[in-house]
Design a protein around this ligand. Structure first.
Ligand code: HEC
Length: 405
């Protein structure tokens, strides 16, 4: 049973030593004396003091381990419950719950629980924060932060007996022994501190109340808006009446003859591959040179090869993939890309091929919006080159190069 502290004239005994060695040997004696509620105070860490005092390893790691494991389980349970039970949502046939994507949150929660617990368990085990300690009443104790070593036995120790404890300390060669005065209740926190604490405790409910009232009530006023920009300004909807214009219509009519910026193309032969009367032109309206053909080859490789193939035979990677699907019963209604080196396409005018690229042909999509006009003509010319290459004879090869074939 603990002694009742307030009945004793003092709260324990404080012994002062001049060297760490003296403190160590004194500690061993107090430890062997069987005392439990006592402590040492030194200006710097003294090696071997834990052992001399018989301090057992802290249980903190076990508390932290438990908290960490709780964090792990909480995270896994929460994610499993929300993804697989409360709100199952199938994404690309993936399992509703798997520990691998759940890992980051699990890791974070484990660290969070363990970290916060480490701090608070440490404070709790050390009985911190402690605003005042009876030892501060002993004047010479101030030197515990400078050049003296102290050992204090608490009168609350079950073994504590004034004379035997004093005799034990005297036998340890202490340079001084003092009683720790019992100041009773005079050291309780002042009244005003308590009042502030009460006010703060009540004030802490205000934000909760505000949140609750916002939750319960509806309002037609906009939410607090700190950066206004142009979020609130007078504006009209399409069908509304506005006094500003004579006809009163908010939606303004198109001004006749207006052309969108960059869309005024009077040279229809170049821009549309058509003459002014709308018929397709025969020959590309561009000057042909090696650079333009090279550009055509490069653009063809980007935009046309996937379907029509490198040589234009209609055997691009998309077509080959489709054939594979067809062989296993897929790709229903597939239309193969045309072999554009045949006489049928070879006989078409430049304007028609240009038009096929611009507008698309039956199932072939339009590329007018993706390929600029100049590049479309370059591609037309390259298609012409492919058609000639596909139908070449030995006469097309310069005589000097025939031996290399
Ligand atoms: C997404 C695949 C695909 C791409 C890319 C593609 N085509 Fe085609 N193309 C087709 C298909 C499919 C047809 C046959 C359309 C049909 O008969 O319904 C076709 C037909 C054609 C024809 C024949 C038109 C006619 O009059 O019969 C030409 C010429 C042609 N493509 C040129 C091109 C050029 C040049 C490019 C590159 C700018 C290109 N295609 C890009 C799929 C494609």
């Amino acid at each position: 049973m603990d002694n009742n502290q307030n009945d004793l004239p003092h709260l324990g005994l404080l012994a002062e030593y001049e060297t760490p060695e003296a403190l160590l040997s004194a500690s061993e004696k107090v430890r062997d004396g069987g005392y439990k509620r006592w402590d040492t105070h030194t200006p710097f860490p003294v090696h071997g003091i834990d052992e001399a005092m018989g301090i057992k390893p802290t249980i903190l790691p076990w508390i932290v381990l438990g908290a960490g494991a709780t964090g792990t389980c909480t995270a896994l349970l929460l994610q499993w419950w929300s993804n697989a039970v409360a709100y199952p949502f199938l994404i690309s046939g993936k399992p509703l719950f798997s520990w691998i994507p759940a890992f980051p949150i699990t890791f974070e929660l484990t660290v969070l629980f363990a970290g916060v617990t480490t701090l608070f368990a440490m404070l709790g085990l050390n009985r911190l924060p402690q605003l005042h300690h009876p030892l501060f009443e002993v004047k010479r104790f101030a030197r515990a932060t400078q050049d003296r070593f102290f050992l204090a036995i608490d009168s609350a120790d079950p073994l504590f007996n004034d004379s035997s404890a004093r005799a034990l300390l005297e036998g340890t060669g202490a340079s001084a022994i003092e009683e720790v005065p019992n100041m009773g209740a005079s050291k309780t926190p002042p009244m005003w501190l308590l009042q502030i604490a009460v006010v703060l405790a009540f004030a802490s409910f205000v934000p909760l109340g505000v949140i609750y009232s916002a939750w319960e009530n509806t309002t037609d006023k906009p939410a607090w808006h700190f950066v206004w920009d142009m979020d609130f300004q007078e504006s009209y909807r399409t069908g509304e009446k506005v006094p500003l214009f004579a006809d009163g219509m908010a939606m303004r009519p198109e001004i006749p003859g207006t052309v969108a910026t960059g869309e005024l193309h009077q040279n229809t032969e170049y821009y549309a591959g058509k003459t002014a009367d709308g018929s397709l032109i025969g020959t590309a309206p561009v000057a042909v040179d090696a650079a333009l053909l090279a550009r055509g080859q490069q653009r063809f490789a980007i935009y046309c090869t996937p379907c029509h193939g490198d040589s234009g035979y209609g055997d691009g990677i998309v077509q080959r993939r489709a054939q594979k699907l067809i062989s296993i019963g897929g790709a229903n209604g597939w239309v193969s890309p045309t072999n554009i080196t045949t006489d049928a396409i070879g006989g078409q005018t430049d304007g028609q091929i240009f038009n096929s690229i611009t507008e698309g042909v039956r199932t072939m999509p339009a590329y007018g919006s993706q390929i600029p006009v100049g590049d479309r003509w370059a591609i037309v010319l390259y298609v012409r080159a492919l058609q000639r290459a596909a139908n070449a004879t030995i006469d097309d090869v310069p005589a000097a190069n025939r031996g290399g074939l």
